[in-house]
Ligand binder design. Structure first.
Ligand code: CA
Length: 231
């Protein structure tokens, strides 16, 4: 189970840090978000194996976050609550949370729960077997594991950043990203360059994946805003 990625959404930093320490000791990769909306965005942006979600959070509560994640993903969600009343709500609302744990809890109990849910999820999805992570949209096939791309069965060569940019857009379809956002996501924040780099890369990607670059069927330009991957 080592290397599994866990997201902790918890505004009490001391609790989040404690959870993180224990999970890391068990070999998990852990990321923390202390704000509700940031937590939701992170959960939707990246692929986590499990999410530990507090209920009372700034900007968006855990109930809403859970609901929104479930609209897009089936990642196991372990909800954390300080109030007994919340338990009925978690059960009653049909939010799709997999389990809940009440504060205060011992870190070892949390780790045990996390492991149990990961095993259960693996049994259900068969994700334990080694399988390449593949995205297929119409004639476009992206093998994230092997970092290879095919267009209508023909393999195309991509540079590292072109591949990262294409994959990021394809994994977040129908979402408009500004050039600034894309630059920040794909290039190191402190790297030297400017957002024109994004335009250049989009152009190169289109030349490889589009039939007609003037009428792109995959990456659409949203004038004055940025780009969107169409599905
Ligand atoms: Ca809280």
């Amino acid at each position: 189970m080592a290397g599994k990625k866990i997201l902790i959404v918890e505004d009490e930093v001391s609790i989040a840090e404690l959870e993180k320490d224990y999970l890391e000791l068990s070999g998990f990769e852990v990321k923390m978000k202390n704000d509700g909306l940031e937590g939701l965005n992170e959960a939707l942006r990246a692929n986590y194996d499990l999410i530990i979600l507090d209920i009372m959070l700034p900007s968006m509560d855990g109930f809403e976050i859970c609901k929104r994640i479930r609209e897009e993903k089936n990642t196991p969600i372990l909800m954390v609550t300080a109030k007994k009343e919340d338990i009925d709500k978690i059960r009653g609302l049909g939010l799709g949370a997999d389990d809940y744990i009440t504060k205060p809890f011992s870190p070892s109990e949390l780790v045990a729960r996390v492991k149990a849910h990961l095993s259960r999820f693996e049994r259900l999805t068969g994700s334990e077997k080694v399988q390449n992570n593949i995205i297929e949209i119409r004639g476009l096939k992206i093998d994230k594991t092997a970092r290879r791309v095919w267009v209508d069965g023909e393999e195309k060569q991509f540079t590292t950043k072109e591949f990262d940019l294409l994959t990021f857009l394809a994994e977040n379809p129908n979402h408009v990203f500004t050039k600034e956002e894309l630059f920040q996501k794909i290039w190191d924040m402190d790297s030297i360059g400017d957002i024109a780099t994004v335009t250049v890369h989009i152009k190169k990607i289109r030349e490889k994946i589009e039939y007609n670059t003037a009428k792109p069927q995959y990456i659409e330009t949203i004038w004055g805003v940025g780009y969107r991957f169409k599905i």
